[in-house]
Design a protein around this ligand. Structure first.
Ligand code: SF4
Ligand code: SF4
Length: 214
């Protein structure tokens, strides 16, 4: 698979300045998601091809090459899957995409409707943005949505998002749907009463309706 399926330079460019809220959300929690945990196994995976954004010599990053089947990636993912840990605060412009998108994650319905939800992974810390359902900036949600639409052009990333989405549904996970991306929802303005059976089981984040997509 060509690494050019996704233009990472462009995605890094459009996400360089976005932040989940107006102020520095790290002040709410002491930057807990950027601190090593007691096991020192906190880090992020890179998307296939995202490694082109790094030299491999960054002093603030430790690299690990992982086997996709050992870390439950879909069969389409090949060795190596890069897992990176930061050893200190990163230069903000260089932070990996998974750091830029947090606390949002994609959820793809079987009919291709894409939502952004609060991350549902079990984490060793509590993110106040999720726990307190703090409204997120509209531009943050819009840019994150645009990036996911571009990332899903890579079948490996799509496989992963589909796999995670089916798993949530099987487990009866009830994520907070923060941002409905698909045209269907934008056109119909039915953010709180969509007809999709799966989505109907979940509640939309209602704390700041003015921040929704039009
Ligand atoms: S844990 Fe949540 S609130 Fe804290 S720095 Fe990370 S994203 Fe921001
Ligand atoms: S790369 Fe940067 S944003 Fe991501 S966890 Fe490390 S310090 Fe935080």
């Amino acid at each position: 698979m060509s690494n050019k399926t996704v233009n990472y330079k462009e995605i890094y460019r459009i996400t360089s300045a976005i932040t989940p809220i107006q102020s520095d959300c790290g002040e709410l929690c002491g930057k807990v998601c950027c601190q090593p945990d007691s096991e020192d196994d906190l880090g992020v995976y890179l998307f296939p091809g995202e490694e082109c954004m790094f030299t491999g010599k960054e002093k603030w990053l430790q690299w690990e090459r992982r086997h996709p089947d050992e870390d439950d990636f879909p069969p389409s993912w090949e060795y190596p899957v890069y897992f990176v840990r930061c050893t200190g605060l990163c230069p903000r412009k260089q932070r990996p995409l998974n750091c830029r998108f947090f606390p949002l994650a994609p959820h793809l319905l079987k009919d291709d409707t894409l939502f952004l939800i609060h991350e549902t992974l079990e984490l060793p810390y509590l993110c106040p943005l999720i726990a307190r359902r703090i409204p997120l900036r509209k531009d943050f949600m819009e840019v994150t949505a645009l990036c996911w639409q571009r990332l899903l052009a890579d079948p490996r990333i799509r496989d992963l998002v589909e796999m995670d989405s089916r798993e949530r549904e099987r487990e009866g996970c009830r994520p907070n749907i923060i941002y409905p991306v698909s045209r269907y929802f934008r056109q119909n303005q039915r953010h709180n009463s969509c007809t999709n059976k799966w989505a109907n089981r979940y509640t939309f984040e209602k704390s700041d309706p003015n921040d929704r997509a039009d």
